[in-house]
Design a protein around this ligand. Structure first.
Ligand SMILES: [Mn+2]
Length: 433
């Protein structure tokens, strides 16, 4: 059975029902899942892939429908205002998105969703992490990603892709992979009934499909534009990104309802400012909203990415603490976060725009254990040049650098701003011994 041509909204509703049914009746299920930071790229990759693949599956698909799962609890969607802004363009709401809450509870997941009944396609990462990874890693049978290759996905993936390539956005690679299927779907119209219908309803159906295509195209386009700064960031943008933007934008402009009013720059600004609108959030939520954890060689390393500078976070910490200096409140908040996550090493990466309008990055590394301290020192010694690390001081004129009493901490300006967590995380992991 092929999934009928449908809107994103209709498809996601169907996917939720299909997942529930598969769990209840022990049927096969294919899950498409993005990484644990669940940024816009991860979310749109999994939905776009599952959507087009379900309507145009390979002949020997493992299951009739592909289920897109966003790798966070449902309540965490609220921490991503850019999701909510974008959903309006895709005619969906946070209630349509499938999250970890739609999978059985971790305590019973192995019996309710037996590994042999599942196939996992990874998008925007290439190693299934955490507890899901410990149960289902052997069931991964496809990947599209733009992070460093970890060699965890089998080299032969049959009917599913095995595509790990450099690209600003993973959504660009997903778009490239799906294009032939999407093109043939759009050529087919929405149902055989449409083919038999009279002229009027046929063109009505065609118009409906164009609206659906434009909604899905906007879902993908937003991620690529965010990841490449509207294709302006030369250090990130690749040919894949430019081609995908051209393709998705054409799909939007092919929809008469949108063609006249759609403006890519305006669309980008809208989603980008929604992403930076984190002023109303608690500091703890800001630290965990774009957080990734690695558990290698017996060390736990966590990295938070934040779209505001340390000064902003200090003010927030001071407001929340109501006492003491901003420096102290900020450091206490970070320490609390690292302690609760039982980290050997915690890193905070910020991005912001300087008063002169330049894009800038700060990098904080704080090690709490003996092994963590060894890693941190090795990282600082070996990666300082590549990352362009320079001494940093807080607004109150304090250095946060510290070595002793069982911990080590350093904060730098990271002058080579082309390097995101995608580069910093592998450098930290290479420093682990
Ligand atoms: Mn990505």
């Amino acid at each position: 059975m092929t999934v009928p041509r449908n809107s994103l909204r209709g498809f996601l509703t169907q996917a939720r029902g299909a997942l529930r049914g598969a769990i209840e009746t022990s049927q096969n299920v294919t899950i498409v899942i993005g990484n644990e930071s669940a940024d816009l790229d991860s979310m749109s990759c999994s939905i776009l892939y599952a959507y087009i693949r379900s309507m145009a599956p390979p002949r020997n698909a493992f299951s009739a429908i592909y289920i897109p799962v966003t790798n966070i609890p449902k309540s965490d969607i609220q921490l991503r205002p850019e999701y909510l802004e974008l959903f309006k363009h895709a005619n969906i709401t946070s209630h349509h998105i499938l999250t970890l809450d739609d999978l059985p509870d971790l305590s019973t997941i192995k019996s309710q969703l037996p590994p042999q009944n599942t196939k996992w396609v990874l998008v925007d990462h290439n190693a299934l992490q955490g507890q899901l990874g410990s149960i289902y890693a052997d069931r991964v049978g496809g990947v599209i990603d733009h992070h460093d290759e970890e060699g965890k996905v089998p080299s032969e993936t049959g009917d599913e892709p095995r595509m790990v390539e450099k690209s600003g956005s993973c959504t660009s690679l997903v778009t490239k992979y799906l294009r032939p299927s999407w093109d043939s779907l759009s050529g087919l119209g929405i149902s055989s009934a449409a083919a038999q219908a009279q002229g009027d309803s046929l063109s009505d159906d065609a118009a409906v499909v164009k609206v659906w295509d434009a909604q899905a195209a906007q879902l993908g386009l937003a991620s690529i534009l965010l990841d490449t700064a509207n294709l302006q960031d030369k250090s990130k943008t690749t040919g894949h990104d430019r081609e995908a933007v051209e393709y998705l934008e054409a799909r939007i402009l092919a929809c008469p309802k949108l063609a006249a009013s759609f403006d890519r720059n305006k669309f980008y600004e809208e989603i980008d400012s929604a992403k930076k609108d984190i002023g109303g959030m608690q500091l703890y939520d800001i630290l965990r909203k774009d957080y990734k954890l690695w558990n290698d060689k017996g060390q736990k390393v966590g990295i938070s990415s934040v779209v505001k500078n340390i000064e902003f976070l200090q003010k927030k910490a001071a407001d929340e603490a109501n006492t003491g200096t901003a420096d102290a409140a900020f450091l206490e908040a970070l320490q609390r976060f690292a302690t609760e996550h039982e980290l050997d090493l915690y890193s905070l990466m910020t991005t912001s725009t300087s008063a002169e309008g330049h894009f800038q990055r700060e990098l904080l590394v704080w090690a709490f254990s003996e092994t963590g301290i060894t890693t941190a020192k090795k990282f600082a010694a070996e990666s300082g040049n590549e990352l362009g690390l320079e001494e940093w001081q807080s607004g109150e004129g304090n250095s946060y650098d510290h070595d002793g009493d069982g911990y080590w901490r350093n904060v730098w300006w990271q002058r080579h701003v082309q390097h995101s967590r995608k580069r910093v995380a592998p450098l930290l992991r290479e420093a682990m011994i």
